[in-house]
Design a protein around this ligand. Sequence first.
Ligand SMILES: [Zn+2]
Length: 423
Amino acid sequence: MYNVMSIRFLALAGMFVFLQAHAADPLIKLPSPADMEAATKGKIAPAASAAAAVTPASAASTVAASASASASASAAAAGSADAVASTPAAASATASASAPHAAAKVVDAIKETAKQTQTTSKKPAVSDAEDEKNMQNLAAKIAERVTAVRQKQAVRAAQETRSANGGNARNGRNNHATVRKARVAQTDASKEAARVATHAAHWDYEGEAGPAQWGKLNPDWAQCATGARQSPIDIRDGMRLDLEPIRFDYRPGPFSVVNNGHTVQVGVAGGNRITITGRTYELVQFHFHRPSEERINGKSFAMVVHLVHKDAEGRLAVVALLIEEGEANAAVQSVWNNLPLEKNEPVRPTIEFDPSQLLPARRDYYTYMGSLTTPPCSEGVLWLVMKEPIRLSAQQIAIFSRLYPMNARPIQADSGRLIKESN
Ligand SMILES: [Zn+2]
């Protein structure tokens, strides 16, 4: 018994597993626009198409279940504007040569599962409606993942270009052909991300997919509705303490700018770190909200920058820089100068970006435990909100407003959470 939607799901599941396995690969062959179109419309699909052809519906749901399990594990990374690419920058490009081989393995594994299940079960395990929903969830994750992978690729390609231009290429992979190949992969990926996004589960800051609905739009986003330690909050009544300073170890490096449909996000190369309470987190990306999501004693700010860091165990720490109107900000201007014309198509400037240029002079801060402020709203995020705002000119704020006049999640209940602040 064949089930069309399960086959579509299986195809997407195969694609997702492949992306999961090769997120670190700068030359990963991402699914083509045609593949994604076919998969979301239920026609023949990419890596998993061979498997789908021999797969009964029940096998499809088995494979889908395992894909979902791996998806949940990385939901914090895959689904969110606040989230980070799930592969640490440190896990650098080593897989390019083995990628086709590994892809074949994925397909073999799916085929094997299909064969085994074919003989033991004939009844579809899930309903069409559930299938459709699961498929859309998976498509959404793939779209987000493709964007994240692509942004990583953009940064790496920029590094390789610089290295090649500097004439100190260490081996055969740091050559122009490699860079060109990576560029082609990026172009394909961005088109897919944009295309899939139109088919995938969607969230927004207002309307039918607005913040009040996030928890219902996708089972993996349930915490948006049910979580008790959500962000942002109105920061007040902090416990004044002699808090250890955050050690910032930021440096100039290549960067990429993407308009991901929820915000303007800047991807950075590895090597930018903060250390706090004995734990070191690496900066993965930063992005902007307007107005500020967090409030201080009820006061909202014009905008906020969220610098998203991740430690070796995958824990997140977000440094928030409140923004008020004032003089122009040169660091932010270099981001604005490279705003992409198209959504989900990162720009890779040839100049470097130094994240330390964003930081305020005074480093006092508030700190509390919260969540991502975008789906999947994962909790366990260490928030570090700098007390001293940074400044952008009215014109610089107006530029962001033209793209995103309002991209702030409403204030969440603090539910008696402990808030600490520097003396
Ligand atoms: Zn944010």
